[in-house]
Ligand binder design. Structure first.
Ligand SMILES: [Zn+2]
Ligand SMILES: [Zn+2]
Ligand SMILES: [Zn+2]
Length: 110
C-alpha cells in the first residue's frame, strides 16, 4: 500500500476525531491512529484482530468479519465490543462467538 499522504491523513484524523461514524468504511483509517494522528500503524503481535500505533502504543480492533467480509473497526460506534468473546460485533450481528446469537452487548431488557 502507498504510504498515506500526510495532509490526507491529517484531514481524515480531524474528521474522525469529531465523528467516528463509518470509520470502519474508510480504508485509510487502518493506518491512522485516532489518538495521536500517527500513520505508523502495525499489526499487533499479540492479537491478529488488532492494529497497534507505533507512536503512542494505542491498540485497536480492525479486521474483516468472518461472516460477511465487511471491515470491523473497534473505534466505530457501530462495532461495539462483545462481552462474551472480547471481539467486536459486526453490523451483520456476528462477533467471535461460535454462536452469534449469544453475543451480549447490552443489558437484557426483560
Ligand atoms: Zn497513536
Ligand atoms: Zn459481518
Ligand atoms: Zn462474541
Amino acid at each position: 500500500m502507498e504510504p498515506l499522504d500526510k495532509d490526507m491523513a491529517k484531514k481524515l484524523f480531524e474528521q474522525y476525531r469529531r465523528n467516528r461514524d463509518n470509520i470502519r468504511n474508510s480504508p485509510e483509517m487502518a493506518s491512522i491512529c485516532l489518538i495521536c494522528g500517527s500513520i505508523h500503524i502495525i499489526p499487533s503481535s499479540e492479537d491478529n484482530h488488532q492494529l497497534v500505533c507505533r507512536n503512542c502504543g494505542f491498540a485497536f480492533f480492525r479486521y474483516e468479519c468472518a461472516a460477511c467480509g465487511n471491515t470491523i473497526d473497534g473505534r466505530d460506534p457501530l462495532n461495539p465490543g462483545c462481552r462474551s468473546c472480547g471481539l467486536r460485533v459486526c453490523t451483520c450481528g456476528v462477533c467471535g462467538c461460535p454462536d452469534a446469537e449469544n453475543h451480549d452487548t447490552k443489558e437484557k431488557s426483560a
